[in-house]
Design a protein around this ligand. Sequence first.
Ligand code: ADP
Ligand code: MG
Ligand code: ZN
Length: 479
Amino acid sequence: MSTELEAVIGLEIHVQLATKTKMFCGCELSFGDEANTHTCPICLAHPGVLPVVNEQAIRYALQIAAALECEVAPRSIFHRKNYFYPDSPKAYQISQYDIPIAGAGRLGDVRIHRAHLEEDAAKMIHVGESGRIHGSGASLVDFNRGGTPLVEIVTEPDLRGAAEAAQWARLLRETVRQLGVSDVNMEEGSLRVDANVSVRPVGSEELGVKTELKNMNSFRFLQRGVEAELERQRALIEAGGTVEQETLHFDPRSGDLTSLRSKEEAHDYRYFPEPDLVPIVPTEEMLREAREALPELPAARIERYEGEGLSTDVATVLATDPETADYFERAAAASGAEAKIVANWVTGELAAALRQAGAETGAAGSKVTPEALAALVGLVAGKEISHGSGKTVLVALVTEGGGPATIVEREGLAQMAGDDGELEAIVAAAIAADPAAAERVRGGNEKAIGALVGAVMRETKGRADGGEVNRLIKQQLEL
Ligand code: ADP
Ligand code: MG
Ligand code: ZN
């Protein structure tokens, strides 16, 4: 019997800050511009130049720290992380080492270990056949990206599954996005996620040997990569082998994991304090401003909505889409119905009607005002129109705007009352037209009632209330 192995995952997330200029020089940030057009002697590492810290990058980092409830270091310093590769003309990266700007924090259920400021490397472009000195292969360097301000966020190994890791990374991205300090675009590389993965026997407190999956550029790939790696490690251990510490690349197309290198240790980088930069000492004013700039963040919103009775799924959908969430709150305030019912209409029926109409905006930019939606929900909840008619009205509201009452009136959608004889007659006709179904219902086949309800709904064009139709059918069949 093999013991059950649990997953242990920690994430390292690089966030490119959306400052105007680079971390240590005045070059503009750019994406997709002609190569090597945003460079200067500083980011190209000409001899004798000196870096100057970008104050906006520090302010953005402090905002991230505040959002992640991190302790901010009263005085943090930069270090040089030495390595040799053409993406770094200085042959070192200016980063932070033992005293990062932000220490312990938390987002949702996951503890943050630290967050530090550093500069991005230049972008390498490999063309032609690789591994050849003469021939078609070559590696090109675009220094536009070199020196872009980054915040690296490092979690504690608190995640216990691939799906959980991807879900939490989404929450983090949404949190940073709502701060407005980064584009957080994974495809363009302004948010990059590395996953550290290990397994250990359930109940064990010790950490197993980990591997690191580099640079997954979508949440789906992150989840699949971690799943594949967990499977590999479990199989290896169950076969009596051991996991080796290494850095891996996951190819989402083939599902293959390939080893990039055995993992380097901190001492390989010969970290030493950056002599050309002064320490970062945030002022009271900077700290206060960072805290005050915080909007209500997704994790807090999810909690508040759950408290109002919304399901976790609906609360999450809304919290990750603040415009729609604000729309929901206005509609809920204008409606007498429960917040949960209004939220379900916003994320369900209204979203579907907008999709169906090919609308380019969400609820907030649509012709359906929150007040009109509130009125519509009220009509359905008050059984003045059926749920099906409500959807019909919504489709009309999406294209023409206005209020639901006029559309109900114009389209003759007012719900048929059960006691005015008309609905009773339609029910009787439906039973007469399908004696076989009626017989099955009488015989105790509950599901057979669907055929009769369907017939009545078709005849009334959905204006009847389903519950009422059910009740009348049973009444007439003397059940
Ligand atoms: P490294 O020195 O390799 O960078 P760190 O200790 O700095 O490792 O941790 C880097 C990331 O890896 C953090 O997110 C941390 O939570 C995670 N991590 C550390 N050890 C493990 C482990 N055994 N299993 C899974 N994740 C881990
Ligand atoms: Mg690391
Ligand atoms: Zn520059």
